[in-house]
Design a protein around this ligand. Structure first.
Ligand code: HDE
Length: 705
């Protein structure tokens, strides 16, 4: 590299403030102006106005940078420390603020103030997450979704830290690190991330038959939700409600999405992860931004000791659920997410959920998983947020008065006035501080405890297969097919044959057709069934467990991908758009070029996306409209052909207007179009199409494929 002569530097003019080199070079152009108008003066974190944020302090204009540039030093120092440890599980997440409204008073069963009166409103914050993937992993990984809600009640925060599946992999918290280590990247190679399709996970699962029930859920389409707005949530464990008289009932919590449940199919999920790894967070962001506010009903299954004693499974075992047909879910309120965060880090990354956060009126059962969680979540917050004062961060701070004698610690921001920081004390007034609440406080349920102290798994936890079987027999044929295909996909990624065999041997205890279907897809002989720890009991199907069987007929909150070619009939485009929007859906216009398409009336329809960046996996349904001018151009565009073939392969309802024959032919679909490929040219067509897209995908295409 040529070095400039010192003489050249010496020639540089002494700079006057008005004509500083900053204004000539390295100044970012027109938008880079000094403070004034809309721009307040930039300051350091200490509040000192910054003279120049583009050039660090140098000795001479080409000389070394000076340590005396404290503004520069502070800026880089802060940047170097921007990251905090990501969550060890549930690292990838997204959230929003909301409000919960109680449907009625539950005073007969709980003294929790949040349920005290009909119509009572409580602010909430929700964080949805995947479990296994790292912070930057894709949203459509096959995984359990976290569904964690913080209710800022007037008697302290209640954190309902649940999942979108009602059971869990393990029964005892002591196995949690093993479970998580098995599903995370394998430690000797650092991959695969955000997936369970590898040896270590299935090695663990196959050696832990108690995980079988949960793996059925995980292999079902519940693990690839279409939207965070379209999944159920569950508190999983049995909790307690305690009323003012101290009487306890057992309770299980359920969230039911107002938009109904919906999932994508696996091949679609794989492609969404490439096309838009932020698919779920973008969907939530877009919906709330558009005022299409996501909502869930909170429901409870309430039962007493007599039911718990007579139920054939242990209500303390988190690998079991209570069928809704036995104990119906009673809706008790509704949560609406109504506000996006201002800053993802400050709120979503720093929110600290803790299962032990319950207000008076809600208490724990002895579920050993829940008991273990109640230890874990406090530790994790200190590790991640670095201070015992994490509860003072705005997103974590209760919205009710807080008064205690905890003092100091890193980042203390509470102006804790008063002379006495201890109790008892004899001061009065502001110097005295708070006193315990007595019976008004969080009085633990007076449970009787007896028995020997032992490391033991109760015999009532031994049946690992009966409820897995119940889940299986409650699925529709399409769902069963998907479950078989996912097990085969995941086990097919395992390199150790013994792991596949052990897993299929376990699954024979669930259902022979399930096990033989998987073995067949894997091309392996059916192994002998493993020996269950307890006999498998025959249970009735529970229709509530099927996702497709409970799908809601609606296009509300869903999206049409409208691929438009030049010459498309303007009236048809407008009519379709209006009808879909009237049905509560949104329409995204796609064209060969993002500049848009020229319609039959000569108007230019702007596109949101070019087809190369908008594969049909991003939409619930697709429609194509073109005129003679644009027909061949669409057919000649490979991404437009994939757009159609994929939509067809993913069983989607497809709208095909005039000017699309060439594309249909190029996509290899001539002669294959079926009942779910509908015209969208006339008003009558549009009505029929919009009615059809409220219904399910064309699963018959799946069964005949
Ligand atoms: Fe968690 N879990 N977990 N978990 N969990 C965490 O806490 C843990 C379990 C769940 O969006 C961690 O703040 C143990 C079941 C959600 O911030 C950690 C055990 C269920 C979230 C932790 C479990 C969950 C977490 C990691 C076995 C469903 C994300 C970061 C006993 C009912 C919350 C953090 C968020 C997060 C521990 C089992 C749900 C390490 C020890 C069962 C939704 O504390």
């Amino acid at each position: 590299m040529a070095t400039k002569k010192p003489a050249a530097r010496a020639k540089t003019k002494k700079t006057a403030t008005s004509a500083s080199p900053r204004d000539e070079i390295g100044n970012g152009g027109e938008l880079h102006q000094r403070a004034g108008g809309d721009s307040p003066p930039m300051t350091t974190a200490q509040g000192a106005p910054v003279e120049d944020d583009n050039n660090s302090l140098r000795a001479g204009d080409r000389g070394p940078t000076l340590m005396a540039d404290h503004a520069f030093r502070e800026k880089i120092f802060h940047f170097d420390h921007e990251r905090i440890p990501e969550r060890v599980v549930h690292a990838r997440g997204y959230g929003a603020h909301g409000v919960f409204e109680a449907y009625e008073s539950l005073a007969d069963i709980t003294r929790a103030s949040i349920f005290a009166t009909k119509g009572k409103k409580t602010e909430t914050f929700v964080r949805f997450s995947t479990v296994a993937g790292n912070l930057g992993s894709p949203d459509l990984a096959r995984d359990v979704r976290g569904f964690a809600t913080k209710f800022y009640t007037d008697e302290g925060n209640w954190d309902l830290v649940g999942n979108n599946m009602p059971v869990f992999f393990i029964q005892d918290a002591v196995k949690f690190p093993d479970l998580v280590h098995s599903v995370k990247e394998e430690p000797d190679r650092g991959f695969p991330q955000a997936q369970s399709a590898h040896d270590t996970f299935w090695d663990f699962a196959s050696l832990m038959p108690e995980s079988t029930h949960m793996t059925l859920w995980q292999m079902s389409d519940r693990a690839i939700p279409r939207s965070l707005r379209m999944m159920e949530g569950f508190g999983v464990h049995t909790f307690r409600f305690i009323n003012a008289a101290g009487v306890s009932s057992f309770v299980k919590f359920h969230w039911k999405p107002v938009l109904g449940m919906q999932s994508v199919v696996w091949n679609e999920a794989v492609k969404i992860n490439g096309a838009d790894p932020d698919f779920h967070r973008r969907d939530l962001f877009d919906a709330i931004s558009a005022g299409d506010l996501p909502a869930w009903e909170l429901g409870v299954q309430v039962f007493d000791d007599a039911f718990a004693d007579s139920f054939e499974f242990d209500v303390l075992d988190a690998t079991k659920l209570i069928p809704e047909e036995l104990i119906p879910v009673r809706p008790i309120g509704k949560m609406t997410l109504n506000r996006l965060v201002d800053n993802v880090f400050a709120e979503i990354e720093q929110v600290a959920f803790m299962t032990q956060n319950v207000p008076p009126g809600i208490d724990f059962s002895n579920d050993p998983l829940l008991q273990g969680r109640n230890f874990s979540y406090l530790d994790t917050q200190l590790k991640r947020l670095g201070s015992t004062n994490f509860s003072q961060l705005p997103v974590n701070a209760p919205k009710c008065p807080v008064a205690h004698f905890q003092r100091d610690g890193h980042m203390q921001t509470s102006p804790q006035a008063g002379r006495a920081a201890y109790e008892p004390n004899s001061f009065t007034g502001a110097d005295r501080g708070p006193r315990e609440a007595g019976p008004e406080g969080q009085v633990p349920f007076a449970a009787e405890v007896s028995g020997e102290t032992r490391r033991i798994r109760a015999a009532s936890f031994a049946d690992h297969y009966s409820q897995a079987r119940q889940f299986w027999i409650s699925q529709t044929p399409v769902e069963q097919d998907h479950i078989v295909a996912s097990y085969a996909f995941e086990l097919g990624k395992c390199e150790v044959p013994a792991i596949r065999e052990r897993m299929v041997a376990n699954l024979r205890n669930v259902d022979e057709a399930l096990a033989s279907g998987i073995a067949d897809k894997l091309g392996m002989p059916l192994p002998a069934a493993s020996k269950p720890a307890a006999p498998v009991v025959q249970t009735e199907p529970s229709p509530a467990l099927s996702l497709l069987g409970n799908a809601k007929e609606t296009f509300q909150g869903r999206k049409l991908g409208l691929l438009v070619g030049d010459g498309a009939k303007a009236t048809a485009v407008k009519r379709l758009t209006k009808a879909v929007e009237k049905a509560g859906g949104t329409v995204e216009v796609i064209a060969v070029k993002v500049g848009g398409a020229t319609l039959s009336d000569g108007s230019l329809l702007a596109a949101k996306q070019a087809v190369a960046g908008a594969p049909s996996v991003l939409y619930d349904t697709v429609a194509v409209l073109a005129g003679v001018e644009g027909e061949q151009a669409l057919a000649d565009e490979p991404p437009a052909r994939d757009f159609l073939t994929d939509a067809f392969a993913h069983f989607k309802v497809i709208g095909l207007g005039s000017g699309t024959d060439a594309l249909v032919a190029a996509a290899g679909l001539t002669g294959k179009l079926d009942d779910a490929c509908l015209a969208v040219d006339t008003a009558k067509d549009t009505t029929a199409y919009v009615a059809r897209i409220a219904g399910p995908r064309h699963w018959e295409r799946d069964l005949t494929a």
